[in-house]
Design a protein around this ligand. Sequence first.
Ligand code: SF4
Length: 957
Amino acid sequence: MAVDAEKVQRTPDADQETKPESASSRKVHTTCYMCACRCGIEVTVENERIRFISGIPESPVNQGVWCAKGGAGIMTQYSPARLTSPMMRAPGTERGQGEFVPVDWETALSTVEEWLRDIRQTDPSRLAYFTGRDQMQAFNGYWAKQFGSPNWAAHGGFCSVNMAAGGMYSIGGSFWEFGWPDVEHARLFILIGVAEDHPSNPLKLAIAKLKDRGGRFIVINPVRSGYGALADEWVPIHPGTDGALFMAFMQVLVQRGLYDAEFLRRYTNAAALVEEAPGTERDGRIWRSDDGDMMTVLPNGEFSPFRKADGKGQLEGVYTFQGRTFRPAFQILKDRLETCTPAWAEEITHVPRKTIVRLALEMGKMAMNHPVVLQQPWTDFYGTRHPETTGRPVAFHAMRGLAAHTNGFQTIRALFDLMMILGTIDTPGGFLYKSPYPKPAPPPVSPAPNRSDYQPNQAAPQPLLGYPLSPDDLLVEEDEPIRIDEAYSWKYPLAAHGVIQNVIRNAHDEQPYGIDTLMIYMANIAWNSSWNTLETRKMLTAKDENGNYKIPHVVVLDAYDSETVAFADVVFPDTTYLERWDAASLQDRPISEPDGPADSIRQPAVEPPKDVHPAADTLIELANRLELPGFVENGTVRYHSYKDFIQLWETAPGSKVGILAGFRGRDGRSAFVGEPNPRQLEAYARNKAFWFQPLPQSRKYYRMANQEYLNWARDVKFNATNDPIILNFYSEVLQTFRLAGQGLWPGKKPSDPALRKRLATYFDPLPFWHQPLELEASNREEYPLVLITQRPMTHYHSWGSQNAWLRQLLHENPLFVNPSTAERLGLKEGQWVWMESRQGKMTAVLRYSDAVEPGTVWTWNAVAKAPGAWGLDPNAPESQRAILVNHIIPDTLPPGKLQGTVFNNDPITGQAGWYDTRVRIYPSELHEVWPKVAARKPRQVEMTQLTYFGYSTRKGG
Ligand code: SF4
């Protein structure tokens, strides 16, 4: 299918072969991986060494901009932490000591193959495969599905699953990779809970554009970090309270009539009639016509199916029909908002009530009194032709600051309802979707729910992650979870990204069952990607009464010698991002822009060391040896490498949809849907490593309701149908879980009363604010401050601290405390302090900072390193002067009425509540970093040192 092939944007030299500039010098176009923004970069290679990295001007992501971190990718390439051959734990040594012997590939592969073969032939659930910062989730998910284990997920459980799931269940999209502020038209831009990196270059470009146009920029965050320094106004807020602020904003807007009633009526379910029938399974459900459409009420009092009402459904009132009582969803929220006053929110958020009112009025007046009107006609799904495209110039962007709390899902629901009230979703000046979003809210895809769906020697029948639509989609048998991480269980029902942070403790405790092999790709689960770190590390080394490890096998795939590598039995070395074929795909983590869909590739700029292979190639080799279906068909191997997989794999046999959307078809001239093209990667390489197709103006806005867009999205297989995507102001899905908690749902429901209570409490179909669970459980008088941590601009996860250039910028991190707080506690600038939580205590050096609200203390994340890890000298500042607050963040909640372990996770999605730690600080007699972990013997590696003049090689640790 040649969909709009002629419109595919090509760079000027797209059809010319890339030629080396000289025998010893060339430029290679690829995609940066020094953070998750995925900027297009040009890599200059001289004498097979990388000399320089710069941005690609045509890239839709960064438009030629590249940051210092991206440029420092050179030093990541020549890092002393590189793993250079497969390794196995040295005989006679214990896990965690980090002593290995190099082995040949056949030895490492056949060892792991034997473990996996045994698991697959007996019980595939005994493999737990979890991945971290990888950007090939379509591949990894497919690999695990074909293996047949339910136990796969990436790192979203501790990253931002609340943001993703909160958005997908509300609007069929979310921020960052899902959507983006329209700074071309916005006049007011509000950034909430965003630190330095979500995202980086694109957000810097957006702020510059907004400021150039004279727009106002407000930052709401407990810490005034990088972006806050550029803001016109910083609103300090106490951690975990943003939901209360949003409720109060809505209260002011609704009370003053400053809301977009037409947007709510036409594009959301705010006008849907919700039944009040306490004690029955109809309670809180939306009244539906015989064909399943939502019912609404017209101005003349007649009841009408939503799609026939042409946006005239009423938002307020109480209605009866044949003895049944209904209220529009908007009315229910309006009733709730009565108590959510600015004074109420001030107590919770520490934001003065006057500020709350002023900000709400500023948003409401800007939205309602200054509409953006574009001379662009469009037709909505009702068939109504709009002569112009009208929008509200108030844009938001939010990330982990909202997500990493155990009330994060409902907070993010509140933000999206606020945005619906302001009419700023996919309208000019507001939030804009990025392809392939919007999806149905939520998409009708969820994992196979029964234990019997995961049988020996069989692939799983459905994808392993997705979006349950009701309790019947959960992976439970009675009250028992089917997954090792308890994703999609009664404790964490909408765990759309899995719950990686639960895996080690559950595998150690054999709850819900024991596993045989834990396979980890690019996740530092023994250090900065776990909480209660020291105990987590002990669990990885714990043995049973027979002296065998409780987790029998640990396999790690990584490019670098992280803290987690020390706990592996077998290590497979991965390439860097500059040595491999790879893809940023519309199938998992797209790089699209609001203007149109885009994807990109990585291609090798240089050869990897001789005994290093891409992790995906290693997994494909294992799949082929195990003859996994989909990899080996009728004895024939389908993919010999990830390069093959990127070009040849289809979402379903014959679907003609694959990893990359551009240059499809045998002739490379199809887009989105087309035969696999065995020369597709060459086409991308000629097009400077990316593909971008601008959307026509008529398909750029109101995409949830824009009939032309919806038809096109169906044709290119973004969505299965061209049905409108009604925004979920009211989440009926959540109500089905609440009914299960109340014992009223006719299908699956838990038997444990504590589980029922949890569902009934938190699965409210309309947003509400509650105290994060850990903050509620810990004593406020004893621990009066809240600890948060943010990622610095210079580092991306733990990678930064092995990069010689970036280490010069940041290699230790003090604890930042507001001077008024410090003075009240009698603490001085530069003093060593103890910081103590319910979990434990640690030391830190205190620094005064006016850029933190007085009830919060904070520091940078992932700077500290275990001594000897990452190829660093055990006396490196990262081990001696940097602090890791993960040590004192509780991974579990105190015992309560719920059976078994209850993790410090959001009760809806399982998102880790790692911004929910109460602490106290006091003088320390110890003037060094504590707690300490034993130093690892540094590996003796070849370390290449880059100097200004060239390269020299020396031995070093
Ligand atoms: S913003 Fe991120 S992806 Fe872009 S150049 Fe910087 S490090 Fe690379």
